[in-house]
Design a protein around this ligand. Structure first.
Ligand SMILES: [Zn+2]
Ligand SMILES: [Zn+2]
Length: 104
């Protein structure tokens, strides 16, 4: 088993991110940026890209609830991630506003 629920320092804002309680943490709770470490499935850690992934959209999934769409700044890969319970609420609101602007 790969240990994927580990604390890490956010490469974007420097926040020290603690492991999530119920899910595999893969993005910063403060700025919501992620790292491109997964290739196909969240948690597979099969990517060799390792670049910053920008949160570009907040989406709603009927099964999973709110999800963040991350886009890799280097290769352009988009990956959907579940919102964690302790993600910064303000950052999520900003992202949802950004999503609405993009659709308009
Ligand atoms: Zn951050
Ligand atoms: Zn990438």
């Amino acid at each position: 088993m790969i240990d994927i629920n580990i604390p890490f320092i956010c490469k974007k804002c420097g926040h020290q991110v603690t492991p999530a309680e119920l899910t595999c943490r893969n993005h910063c709770t403060q700025c919501l940026y992620s790292l491109h470490v997964d290739r196909e499935i969240p948690g597979d850690r099969a990517s060799t890209c390792h670049s910053l992934m920008e949160p570009i959209k907040l989406d709603q999934n009927s099964k999973k609830g709110f999800i963040i769409i991350h886009k890799c700044l280097k290769c352009g890969k988009e990956i959907a991630n579940k919102v964690a319970t302790d993600d910064a609420f303000e950052a999520l609101i900003r992202l949802s506003q950004k999503s609405n602007l993009n659709q308009a």
